[in-house]
Design a protein around this ligand. Sequence first.
Ligand code: RB5
Length: 155
Amino acid sequence: MKIAFASDHAGIEMKLVLMEYLKGMGHECVDYGNYDPDDRDDDYPVYGRKAAEAVMRKEADRGVIICGTGVGISLAANKVPGIRAVVCSEPYSARMARAHNNANMLALGARVIGRELAKMIAETFFTTEFEGGRHERRVEMISEIENDYRGLSID
Ligand code: RB5
């Protein structure tokens, strides 16, 4: 699988660890930045967007995005059409996010969990298949919401 990685400064160390780990599992990993841990003025939406666009354009099959909490970067990624990014801090949610929600991006909080737990979560996310069936309809319903509100803003 080809995996798009991105993080802000808070997630760079964990991103590099996970890229090596997933390469060891046979995946191709591409880093969309940030590359500079000293650049603390970087903005997580920039990187969530870059990785999400790579998945949307099918340059990558899935993505892993990391910021301090995983929250900001997942909020940004989820604004890109077709993206289902989930923040996971334990493997059960990672498994169900794949099996039931067909999540295509995993978001992690580098200031929330340690690297060994992050590896376990990533391994679960990348080895669990979508179950389809009744879950297909629900995932399609999420896309319908996205389509219904495309181009509209609350401002
Ligand atoms: C950066 O300090 C931090 O706000 C960011 O990494 C992330 O946690 C935001 O959601």
